[in-house]
Design a protein. Structure first.
Lengths: 225, 225, 225, 225
DNA sequence: ACAATCGGGACTCCCCGTTCTT
DNA sequence: AAGAACGGGGAGTCCCGATTGT
């Protein structure tokens, strides 16, 4: 779920994979052929994030100042804030997102909602798992441990629920502000977020995918015990 | 759900419902007894909160500084931070909570979980509604509108889900860290929080209790659409 | 040199081993037969110091608050400040001092000053070395690393130079405010302090006593190179 | 010796004698050239210091708050801390230093160390004495009287001893970390600091230069009495 | 007497708006 | 015109002294 978040939505900085939809001349959607300037921006963005992660890992979140991050990334502090609205965002933003939305929309319309959600998650998760297990785990751990990040994470989940609701609305043809849709989306997101945080805190002793599937089946059964 | 939050757990300051446990002669739970010192603390705490609410209502959350609140409450800024860890906490803490936990535990054990939850909510809500409707609404609106508060609210919901889970564990006899329990508790909390926020944002056009009941019934049906 | 410092001279709290000289009814100089109350005070003082050392070792000086120390020692923060004027003093005070002054005064009057100093140091040092090498080292390291402590340490050295000057005045029969005495005392203290700090920072690769002796011999030679 | 201190080394703020080294077109060492930005910074720095001195002279060190200084200098309190790490630093930093280092390096290599030191001191002191006798005295008095400043002063002396040691290493060709060098440098600094402080406290009844020369001659004689 | 509490000031850091520089 | 530097201001932490209460 962490990776469900739509990408960094800061004013100035737009990410490649979330290419300012609706703007005039959109750069190639794949991010491959971005303009020279865009490429440079991306690199700066990455440099800042990498510096941040390294320093935070070494010193902890609160002991790491934005100034240190800026210095390490060889930019000015003000530049950091031009790329990320807050210190929290540096940790929380992820470019490789929005994949899940894609995955969900690609499920056949005949599937029941929860089944589609399950398949979308397992599909996109499995993709991630081989790429960046260690880095993702480190990030998840940071998020669960630092209250500010945890709180922000919930805000991101809100946006994810929104996305999920829209996707479901499209699948089912129900109106956008349908109460049922809201309940389904928010319950699923709420449960999954909790389960994942819990799994991280419990030191990842069980298999995550299995845990998620068990959680989804409880939801399908109607929350009976 | 908003009012589910267990009371402010700041180091020095103890809330009414958490009346300095373990000291010799415990002051009456209502706050009536209690040493002069304790009484004064309570009054200070209230004074700060009231000043905060008034100023924030007049000027908005971000335009109100802690210094102003302190001045208005006739204490020093540092005193404010001794009573509330953060500015956010001033708004979010509520002494009149934990009622819901009580209500839930009092439902007969034979009821299915979701029914018990519904009854507990409607019961304790109704109690609130006559007491402090205006103030509660103002507070809810503040929380939904100010991102920082909204994020914090989710942290409180986490604690509420915890509480709900424990209550359900007791009712059902399941182990404390049972996955099913976690899913149920977090899904219910997630959905209700969302629905309530949504209701506040939509200017309270429908009846809240009815909305909540519809939401719960969706959960009971297994999130089918 | 660290241990040269005369003991904690805080208003309220007087240490047993520095038994308020010149006061009316001095308790036994050994500290053995102090009044019941004095004994308790001593114990509190020790408890605070021990808590402080443990917490500081674990968390670092700046990450350890006086409140934490107080809680760990099971006293109130205000009590901490009744026993120690400042946080720094908790680390810097040592009851087992003033031994050196003793040692110096016991040297035969015929010895040249620097020789007497050397003998006094080696004598009292050697006594220490078997008792608490690890603890002393930890303390020295703390002092060299934390600027506040280092600065305070210099203040203590000032007082030591005073003491040395008085001792030399007595040995030589010179007037108390003789310039020569001041120069000798302050030069010796300055050099030894520096050499010891330097030794601690250089990870104690050489033998300390030998280093001190070499330093003293440079002083005797008249600072020629 | 007081004025030996190398200039303020706070992160953002660069002093006159340390004029943003490594930048493209270096501004003239006198501060005459320099970009508009640099000029302004210098002026701000000076304004803060002047306000500080005036207020402290009128009200005393402890009765003067940083806020007052900031207000008087027409900057924000946070700006004060951007220019000076601590309140102490406002008083202790001096741009007109490093002259002594210069003076020392200019002495002929054939002179014995202590002689060179004497000449360097007398030379640079005499330069000072005509310029700013009153201000320097006021500052010295402040430093001797306020314990915090006195403690900080010792830290500065440490750095001075460093400088002296390096200068001597260059003169004599000895290795940088030679014990003898350390002893000479720290003994000289320790003695001179003490003598100067003592002179200030004794109300400057004798001639300072003569006192310093007597002190140096004691050092040369090998601290014999 | 002794502890809880408050006041206040030093200090840090985040974040944002403006100004200067390139 | 983009980006860095700079300043302002507010949140928050901690130390310590003075007052108040038990």
């Amino acid at each position: 779920m962490t990776t469900m978040s739509s990408s960094g939505t800061h004013h100035t900085a737009s990410s490649t994979l979330d290419p300012a939809p609706g703007r005039g001349r959109a750069p190639a959607a794949t991010g491959a052929g971005a303009s020279l300037r865009e490429r440079k921006k991306l690199r700066t963005r990455q440099a800042i994030r990498e510096s941040a992660y390294r320093l935070i890992t070494e010193q902890g979140y609160h002991n790491t100042t934005v100034e240190q991050i800026a210095e390490d990334a060889e930019v000015s502090p003000s530049t950091v804030f031009r790329y990320f609205a807050t210190k929290e965002e540096i940790v929380l933003t992820a470019e490789h997102d929005a994949l899940m939305e894609q995955a969900l929309l690609e499920r056949p319309a005949s599937e029941p909602p929860l089944v589609a959600v399950r398949e979308a998650i397992t599909g996109s998760m499995r993709g991630k798992y081989q790429d960046i297990p260690a880095e993702l785990m480190q990030r998840l751990q940071l998020i669960t441990q630092v209250p500010e990040l945890r709180a922000q994470m919930h805000a991101i989940m809100d946006r994810n629920a929104e996305m999920l609701r829209r996707a479901l609305a499209e699948r089912t043809g129900r109106p956008e502000d349908d109460l049922e849709l809201k309940v389904v989306a928010s319950a699923v997101c709420g449960a999954l977020t909790h389960v994942i945080f819990d799994w991280v805190e419990r030191d990842q002793q069980e298999d995550l995918m299995e845990t998620i599937e068990r959680a989804l089946s409880v939801l399908e059964r109607g929350l009976t015990l």
